[in-house]
Design a protein around this ligand. Structure first.
Ligand SMILES: Cc1ncc(COP(=O)(O)O)c(C=O)c1O
Length: 467
């Protein structure tokens, strides 16, 4: 980068002023940012005029792509009419009612009420708060521990980061908090034993969970948090048999099931909610991101009748439900989210994803023949392509080689934005992507893999030989 040559460029000013999450802050001082200027459909353009296919919907969120005028209008109209009101102390407004009603109507299982916050992390934090409040109401205050998966991503506020199963969000932050337990990631390719079937794998994992529950004592476990398909852990699709075996176990020990649909909600897997795809019957559901196609921050936590009744009873005893957020159900975000769902319904988003799924998933699976690719996995319009040093043994590359990051950078050069989660390249394009754009995305990804391969042949050969 030529940042030194242009001290007043936006990149140089960024370096001098902004802290970027999920970034090596020291490296950022040399490398600087890729500054995106504008977007249209599935395309974004940087400040130098280069165009990219947005292969990740931003951060798994801009499901309707860029330039949706109806969303701009819905927000502007609400902003003019009533830009803010709160929900504290029996106050309310129409946009939040209309959104809550719609969410309850389309919920994958019967839900009773909706609590709003501003992000997926807050949604997960609030779900933990609801679970604690619920068990206090049930006179089981000792039920306060949570279980989630290694490699799960539930967000980055303190409880959400504790639920998250990734050291990078916890190390040096004094997390996870006590009482946040993690179990094996249901990723058959990485965690399956030689000769084991998927069914046996699921049984083994659920047996391990039962062992943990018994060791911790069932009466201390409040809830189990799952993502129907894990996103930021590298796109992991758990076997259906895993959830089929897990749910009766949770019932047996009266442990709440919380489905984090922050990525999977609103058509991503081919159903309106991932709970339908993965046959989950959760007590609480969190959605965010695609709820507003990320045009404004908002998240929703749906709770079932059992949870709501107990929480309402407890709040009556306490005199107040003491959970408040200034922006809970913000009217502009709510109006925009309501319009977002209207668009999903008009475009028949689930039919669209199912129609595009074979082109996208089969196209990616053709890349499984590439010498760098160990596994291609995904569902609907979300996928992960895991790069490995040895296809036969599934041996990963030495982390120091940063093969995933190199591939992501090559994709960027080729005009495709993807993420590298370790050595897994993740894809989650806007649901408005066309068939021709999927072809273009696949072609650019293939080029990026070839570029990475060519680069490794030259610069990484000694590292490969050392292993
Ligand atoms: C499954 C899941 N849950 C929660 C979150 C956190 O959402 P946010 O970044 O809006 O706080 C994310 C973010 O990527 C996510 O993927």
């Amino acid at each position: 980068m030529t940042l030194q040559a242009k001290p007043n460029s936006i990149e140089a000013r960024d370096i001098r002023s902004v802290i970027h999450g999920g970034t090596n802050l020291k490296r950022h001082l040399e490398r600087g940012p890729l500054v995106i200027d504008r977007g249209e459909g599935v395309w974004v353009t940087d400040i130098h005029g280069k165009r990219y296919i947005e292969g990740m919907s931003g951060l798994w969120c801009v499901s309707l792509g860029y330039g949706q005028e109806r969303l701009v209008t819905a927000a502007a109209e609400q902003m003019r009419k009533l830009p803010y009101y709160h929900l504290i102390d029996h106050r309310g407004h129409s946009p939040v009612v209309e959104l809550a009603e719609k969410l309850l109507e389309i919920a994958p299982v019967p839900m009773a009420r909706v609590w709003f916050s501003n992000s997926g992390s807050e949604g997960n934090d609030c779900a933990a708060r609801f679970a604690w409040y619920f068990w206090n109401a049930e006179r089981k205050p000792q039920k306060r521990k949570f279980i989630s998966h290694n490699r799960a991503y539930h967000g980055n506020t303190i409880a959400a980061a504790s639920l998250t199963g990734s050291p990078r969000n916890q190390e040096f932050f004094n997390l996870p908090l006590d009482g946040f337990l993690h179990v094996r990631c249901p990723h058959f390719y990485r965690e399956g034993l030689p000769g084991e079937t998927e069914e046996q794998f699921s049984s083994r994992l659920v047996a391990e969970i039962e062992e943990l529950i018994l060791k911790e004592e069932p009466d201390t476990i409040a809830a189990f948090f799952v993502e129907p398909v894990m996103g930021a852990g590298g796109v992991v699709v758990p076997p259906l048999s895993y959830f089929a075996k897990l749910q009766p176990l949770l019932k047996k020990y009266d442990i709440l099931l919380v489905s984090d649909e922050v990525v999977t909600g609103f058509g991503r897997l081919g159903d309106m909610f991932g709970a339908t795809t993965m046959k989950l019957v959760p007590d609480m559901i969190i959605c965010a991101k695609a709820l507003s196609s990320a045009y404004l921050p908002i998240s929703a936590l749906m709770v079932n009748q059992r949870v709501f009744d107990a929480v309402a009873r407890q709040s009556d005893e306490a005199g107040v439900f003491g959970l408040t957020l200034t922006y809970s159900g913000h009217p502009v975000s709510a109006a925009l989210a309501r319009e977002t769902i209207r668009i999903y319904e008009e475009m028949d988003v689930t039919a669209r994803v199912r129609h595009l799924e074979p082109k996208f998933q089969d196209g990616l699976r053709k890349l499984a023949d590439h010498p760098l690719v160990g596994e291609v996995r995904g569902q609907g319009l979300i996928a992960g392509v895991e790069l490995v040093r040895d296809k036969a043994t599934r041996a990963p590359f030495d982390r120091a080689m940063a093969v995933g990051r190199r591939c992501r950078d090559h994709a960027e050069q080729r005009g495709l934005l993807v993420r590298a989660i370790g050595d897994t390249i993740t894809l989650c394009p806007p649901l408005v992507i066309s068939e021709a754009e999927i072809d273009e995305l696949l072609a650019r990804l293939k080029q990026a893999l070839d570029d990475t391969m060519a680069e490794l042949d030259i610069s990484a050969a000694p590292a490969l030989a050392r292993q």
